[in-house]
Write a protein that binds this ligand. Structure first.
Ligand code: SF4
Length: 177
């Protein structure tokens, strides 16, 4: 993949910050998975979330088979960040950007494994756990579902995610080889 070309393409998109790094730098933790299991209402209800994504060990092995990584953020201003519904509604714009970047990378011959935000919202109702995913090619698992604490890697890379006020920050992580 031509990284310089991709950087020029990223400049034309509403991406706030991005960093390329090696996937080996990621930390995979069962503590993150524990939070999914105990605090997230989507646990067991989406193929983008645990346990559908597999064990943390299986997720780690899958991720490490893609040696390179791109982490990026988009930000959106909302009237009131305490309004969860309005805040979550901004996610679809970030997902569209993630799909666009993934297409650009694949267009350059990269084999990608995108991880994005929250649980999948492609179908009005997920088939999980009763039937296989309807659109595995469009489904991007949640970053945290893989045991990755995205804010920790963002801090290490110098990516700012605390803009304050009513600014929502969304992350995606695209692994590639
Ligand atoms: S694409 Fe549909 S079936 Fe697959 S995880 Fe997303 S919502 Fe569920």
């Amino acid at each position: 993949m031509d990284q310089e070309l991709l950087i020029r393409q990223l400049c034309g998109l509403p991406v706030v910050q991005y960093e390329f790094f090696e996937t080996a730098c990621l930390t995979f933790s069962s503590r993150v998975r524990y939070i999914c299991q105990t605090e997230c209402p989507q646990y067991g209800k989406s193929w983008a979330c645990p346990p559908g994504v597999g064990t943390v060990e299986a997720c780690q092995e899958r991720c490490l088979s893609y040696p390179h990584a791109l982490l990026f953020t988009t930000m959106t201003e909302v009237d009131d960040i305490a309004d969860i519904e309005a805040t979550l509604a901004t996610r679809s714009e970030h997902e569209a950007v993630t799909h666009q970047i993934n297409r650009l990378m694949r267009g350059q011959g990269a084999d990608t494994y995108p991880l994005s935000t929250e649980s999948c919202a492609v179908c009005p109702e997920c088939t999980c756990p009763d039937a296989p995913c309807r659109h595995p090619e469009r489904m991007f698992p949640c970053v945290e579902s893989h045991g990755i604490l995205v804010t920790e890697i963002a801090e290490r890379l110098g990516i700012d995610f605390q803009a304050g006020g009513n600014t929502v920050t969304w992350f995606s992580l695209i692994l590639y080889r």
